[in-house]
Design a protein. Structure first.
Length: 272
């Protein structure tokens, strides 16, 4: 039995199939975690989502920003962008079944010493507070008022975390942190639309993982969302978004061994 964590697939299903063949993934005995952004931008989001849902007893999905984007478009809270490739999902007769499944996925996952999240963890959060915040947001998205929370998230990019935030703003800000965060400024505020390589970052910005609270020191953090830095490892963190949808590679990390496997992007997955 093996447990794998796969970086951002983003609709690259043919690439995923080849990667699963390479690691000899067996749904009868192995388990797979998608780190978020299973869908969108690549050409085969429908196939990726269908596979994940069909095999949901042997895989699970963390909510990423592209999952949230899919929900907002499907529920009429946002218009699709030119680079969204979600029409096949949105027009499918099982879309509501899949949307409910996506909306009820977790934001974090812990397994032994590992801690999984799509984008990151705010430096103001201890490990215990991160658990509490994630649980609070998951309950909100699974509850009857989920449209209100998604609307608040989609309407504005909230960048400042404070303990006394109102309920909707608290949920929206936490979602930005866990699904969109990359760099933080000198006040530990999220920075929007700065997502390049670490060495090219402005001097006053810091990647979130270099500011982690000390309570995470015994955790091995796995995250996605940051394709510009690829498979990046330092101290106790590993980034797994290796830019498959941009023609690079898709990455799988085995929790039991720490071994990393990769597969070159299939050209039929890639956006035009």
């Amino acid at each position: 039995m093996a447990t794998y964590v796969v970086g951002d697939v983003q609709g690259c299903f043919k690439t995923l199939e080849r990667l699963l063949d390479k690691i000899n993934f067996d749904p009868q005995k192995d388990f797979l975690w998608f780190i978020g952004d299973l869908v969108n931008v690549g050409k085969n989001s429908l196939k990726a989502l269908k596979w994940a849902y069909k095999n949901r007893d042997s895989c699970n999905l963390l909510i990423g920003n592209h999952e949230l984007n899919l929900l907002c478009i499907a529920y009429g809270l946002a218009e699709p962008h030119d680079d969204d490739t979600l029409n096949d999902v949105l027009e499918h007769n099982k879309r509501d079944l899949w949307l409910d499944w996506i909306r009820t996925r977790p934001l974090i996952h812990e397994e032994n010493d590992y801690f999984l999240v799509h984008a990151g963890v705010h430096p103001n959060w201890s490990l215990e507070e991160t658990r509490n915040v994630a649980k609070h947001v998951e309950v909100a998205l699974r509850g009857p008022d989920y449209l209100e929370y998604l609307t608040k998230w989609k309407k504005k990019f909230f960048k400042k975390w404070e303990e006394d935030l109102g309920e909707k703003k608290r949920i929206a800000t936490a979602l930005n942190i866990m699904t969109k965060m990359r760099f933080l400024d000198q006040d530990n505020h999220l920075v929007k639309n700065v997502k390049g390589e670490l060495q090219n970052a402005p001097e006053d910005l810091t990647p979130w993982f270099r500011l982690l609270d000390s309570s995470f020191k015994n955790k091995k953090l796995l995250f996605g969302h940051w394709s510009a830095i690829g498979v990046h490892q330092e101290k106790n963190i590993t980034g797994l978004d290796s830019g498959a949808v941009w023609g690079r590679v898709l990455t799988a990390y085995c929790l039991e061994t720490g071994h990393i496997s990769q597969m070159a992007a299939h050209k039929k997955d890639l956006p035009d």
